[in-house]
Design a protein around this ligand. Structure first.
Ligand SMILES: NC(=O)c1ccc[n+]([C@@H]2O[C@H](COP(=O)([O-])OP(=O)(O)OC[C@H]3O[C@@H](n4cnc5c(N)ncnc54)[C@H](OP(=O)(O)O)[C@@H]3O)[C@@H](O)[C@H]2O)c1
Length: 254
């Protein structure tokens, strides 16, 4: 039975990935903070096949606990999915929140990737969840967008380092999706035009396709997102950041 460890399994994109992989027969280790949600998910999927670990991956002790757990247990796939952000102007968001985002989105992801890849074997895979914003800046979400650029760049380098060992590493970059992410970040998904928002089920399906196809180091989710990115690449950086500032949910617009 193939084993997958996924962070951010209790909601949103991670939860959909979990449901789909469980239906395909994978054994999953589900990681997030909310133990109640994790236990009820484990119950619904089958208690004997799946494990839960309630951990806060902004806390150094919890990151190390999970890193040691990954070292001691064999997984065919690791999905670093847990991530947070906060909308708002840089100096108007408490610094502590932004440093927590950096710890979860980058430090935890790097630490878990390290533990996993140290022992990974041919056929194994590591998927790191970035964002469409990996390819852009975001006024009103400066730290979040920067963490996602880090994830995409980091994953791409590892793709090269591991490809000849038969180990697949990729950054998977979703566009806006209808999870609780935007609410938790201080805005609502309705801040985005409907046509750019994907369902979490759609994102999860594309993530699993990427895992199965193992074709490239940087995957942009959604045809419309790929088209938007293509258009953005034709602009100067100045023009691009001006547009992002005008449409950002994190900047008040009159
Ligand atoms: N939704 C979007 O539009 C969108 C777009 C691009 C990229 N992404 C990325 O996709 C990933 C998943 O986001 P989502 O949309 O599914 O968001 P979500 O619905 O807010 O889910 C986030 C998941 O991460 C877990 N989590 C949050 N803080 C954590 C912590 N400190 N320690 C451990 N787990 C933690 C949450 O569970 P607990 O609260 O139980 O801990 C939850 O399971 C993130 O990396 C996000 O940046 C999302």
């Amino acid at each position: 039975m193939k084993k997958v460890l996924i962070t951010g399994a209790s909601g949103g994109i991670g939860l959909e990935v979990v449901k789909k992989l469980a239906a395909q027969g994978y054994s999953l280790t589900l990681v997030a903070r909310n133990e109640e949600k994790l236990l009820s998910l484990q119950e619904s999927l089958g208690k004997d096949r799946h494990q839960v670990l309630s951990l806060d991956l902004t806390k150094t002790a919890d990151i190390l606990e999970l890193s040691n757990y990954i070292t001691d247990n064999r997984y065919n796939v690791l999905i670093n999915n847990a991530g947070t952000g906060t909308y708002g102007k840089f100096v108007e968001i408490p610094l502590e929140n932004q440093l927590s985002t950096m710890t979860l989105n980058m430090e935890a992801l790097v630490t878990l990737s390290y533990a996993y890849l140290k022992k990974a074997r041919s056929g194994d895979a590591l998927i790191n969840i970035g964002s469409l914003l990996a390819h852009s800046s975001l006024p009103g979400g400066a730290v979040y967008a920067a963490t996602k650029s880090f994830v995409a760049n980091f994953s791409e380098s590892l793709w090269f380092e591991f490809k000849n060992k038969g180990i697949f590493v990729a950054g998977f970059n979703p566009g806006a999706a209808d999870s609780d992410f935007h609410h938790n970040a201080g805005k609502e998904t309705s801040a985005f035009p409907k046509f750019v928002v994907s369902s979490v089920a759609q994102v999860a399906e594309e993530l699993i396709n990427a895992l199965n196809n193992r074709s490239k180091p940087r995957i942009v989710q959604g045809f419309k997102n790929r088209m938007m990115l293509f258009g953005f690449r034709l602009l100067s950086r100045k023009a691009a950041v001006n547009i992002m500032g005008k449409i950002s949910p994190g900047i008040p617009h009159s």
